[in-house]
Design a protein around this ligand. Structure first.
Ligand SMILES: Nc1nc2c(ncn2[C@@H]2O[C@H](COP(=O)(O)OP(=O)(O)OP(=O)(O)O)[C@@H](O)[C@H]2O)c(=O)[nH]1
Ligand SMILES: [Mg+2]
Length: 234
């Protein structure tokens, strides 16, 4: 049920601090393939079985490389199987979360619409929670949105869950050798690294974040969320 893969370079050095990032989205959107791409930097070369329960992969992340603050952290990516039949069982994985990656399939707009239900599932105190924009406008966890299968479709919609969360959005194709990957220095790789930095800051150096306005902690380089988004996503 739970698999932990570590970098052979480091093992799981207990002195290295870690953060926990949930990876959420419908079954089949490509969460496992995306996590593989994030952890190995290489496109997937085979289809994987559907995740049952939770699969944990670990990535070594260089926090603020090239600065005086540079340090290495473990980022645990907890991919939660999207199968609707396991809705009750997965709540146990939602404890002590420091960041969230929301994954949808660009060729399936319903999988994007369902992301708000995934946020409710993970962060509402109530069981069978429904999405309530007011509750989630105060979400104090950094969010990143990933759209998958980008070689098949990259069309952008007007109002997105990324807008609502003030989050960055990556469009990737986990099976492509040539484009929409996470090559070092690419826009996708920079956004991903920035997101992990933010999760680490929030977890270990939160004073600087707390001095920011109390709102959804997404990527603050994006414009503030307007009430129109909240109404649309309710
Ligand atoms: N072309 C293309 N196919 C993809 C991509 N990501 C995933 N797939 C396909 O979608 C299938 C499902 O991907 P998974 O990564 O297993 O999906 P998942 O979200 O982990 O699904 P669950 O574990 O059931 O929740 C894969 O077997 C691939 O065939 C992508 O970026 N591009
Ligand atoms: Mg999976």
């Amino acid at each position: 049920m739970r698999r932990v893969r570590t970098s052979p370079k480091s093992g799981m050095d207990p002195s290295v601090e870690r953060v926990k990032v949930l990876v959420l989205g419908d079954s089949g959107v490509g969460k496992s393939a995306a996590v593989n791409l994030i952890c190995t930097g290489k496109p997937a070369n085979r289809a994987r079985p559907s995740t049952i329960g939770c699969n944990v992969e670990v990535k070594l992340h260089d926090y603020k490389p090239g600065t005086n603050s540079q340090r290495t952290f473990f980022v645990e990516l907890w991919e939660i199987g999207g199968n609707a039949g396991h809705a009750q069982a997965r709540r146990v994985f939602y404890k002590s979360v420091h960041g969230v990656i929301l994954v949808y399939d660009l060729t399936n707009s319903k999988s994007h619409d369902n992301l708000k239900m995934w946020l409710a599932d993970a962060f509402s105190q109530r069981e069978r929670a429904h999405f309530d924009a007011e509750t989630f406008a105060d979400l104090q966890v950094p969010v990143l949105v990933i759209g998958t299968k980008a070689l098949q479709k990259t069309e952008r919609r007007g109002l997105t869950i990324a807008d609502f969360c003030g989050a960055e959005e990556l469009l990737i194709d986990s099976f492509s050798e040539t484009s929409h990957g996470l090559d070092p220095g690419s826009s996708n790789a920079v956004k991903l690294s920035y997101f992990f930095d933010k999760v680490i800051e929030k977890r270990y150096f939160s004073e600087s974040i707390q001095s920011s306005p109390p709102t959804c902690v997404g990527d603050r380089r994006r414009p503030a969320t307007s009430p129109r988004y909240l109404q649309h996503l309710d």
